[in-house]
Design a protein around this ligand. Structure first.
Ligand code: NDP
Length: 280
């Protein structure tokens, strides 16, 4: 646990990362463009790198606003001997480009994504995704760390996949809440029921994933055309109640397209075909 670590970028997140390393007893070097942001960490025992170059050469965590800030900061610095762990948020193409650039500069490059807020860093709740070469150091002190594979774009892809899940579940819940409020049911009353539905649906994922991976969608539970009839109720009810019907209509439109393409007798995950191509 005593690997010396450098943290470059002491914004809200970088400061939380550096503090977690300090707390866990790592010799911690810090650097920030605006040097004053390092003051409290230095008071807690961090070493201030006088120049960015002094924060390179070992395991260096970078957490800046975006990838262009990372490239602007590191310029054409030689990175021999540096394991660069870039925890800046971005997309998979940026991650792969930055990996190729960093390796050319001599670094071992891992790309990462943080699915957590600063105050949760250092607890199991903080999910940290890594991709690139297998790490030869332990970042477990930051949270629950998963190494997803060699492709440096994977951390960003899992990150956006996770965000899609999060916002889709929240929007579905808000839709139902808006519908129920028209009948005087408050959000807190519906929430436990919604939670139970969401958890039940989550249990279907492994079986449905198997169908997708096998490319075969027998209707074991219900056929898509049966689902589509329930979707029509969802749309009509939303319209009749005067609540927003955009999400119900989108859900139904995608199922209708799959049915028009001849998949009405198959099971729901056959809709992967609609998700695999650009929409309308
Ligand atoms: P902040 O805005 O608090 O910090 C941004 C940091 O980037 C500062 O240290 C800033 O330096 C530095 N920076 C920006 N441009 C440059 C540059 N050109 N050269 C050198 N340094 C630069 O952002 P956060 O700490 O909140 O976020 C950092 C990353 O972490 C982002 O990619 C964000 O998406 C990600 N993240 C943040 C979460 C959060 O809840 N905060 C959650 C999950 C991910 P200076 O102080 O000098 O301005």
């Amino acid at each position: 646990t005593n690997t010396p670590i450098s943290v470059v970028g002491l914004g809200l997140m970088g400061t939380a990362l550096a503090r977690a390393f300090l707390k866990a007893g790592h010799p911690t070097t810090v650097w920030n463009r605006t040097a004053a942001k390092a003051d409290s960490l230095v008071a807690e025992g961090a070493r201030l790198a006088p120049a960015i170059g002094d924060a390179l050469g070992g395991v260096t965590i970078v957490c800046l606003t975006d990838y262009s800030a990372v490239r602007a900061l590191l310029g054409d610095a030689r990175l021999d001997g540096t394991t660069l762990v870039n925890l800046t948020s971005g997309d998979s193409a940026q991650a792969r480009e930055t990996a190729a650039w960093a390796e050319k500069q001599g670094a071992r490059y891992l790309d990462g994504a943080i699915m957590a807020i600063p105050s949760s860093i250092g607890t199991d709740e903080a999910v940290i995704l890594l991709s690139g070469p297998a790490p030869d150091f332990d970042l477990g002190t930051l949270g629950t760390v998963s190494h997803l594979g060699e492709d440096p774009g994977l951390a960003s892809l899992y990150d956006v996949a996770g965000l899609t899940m999060m916002w889709s579940v929240l929007n579905a819940w808000l839709q139902g809440t808006a519908m129920l409020k028209t009948a005087g049911v408050d959000a807190a009353t519906y929430a436990p029921f919604a939670r139970q539905i969401a958890a039940g649906v989550a249990d279907w994922l492994p079986g449905y994933a198997e169908q997708i991976d096998q490319g075969s969608f027998p209707a074991e539970v219900s056929a898509l055309e049966t689902d589509a009839r329930a979707m029509a109720h969802m749309v009509e009810e939303s319209e009749a109640l005067g609540v927003n019907a955009e999400l119900p209509k989108l859900i139904k439109a995608m199922a209708d397209r799959a049915i028009a393409a001849g998949h009405g007798g198959e099971q729901y995950p056959v809709l992967i075909r609609e998700f695999e191509r650009p929409g309308e």
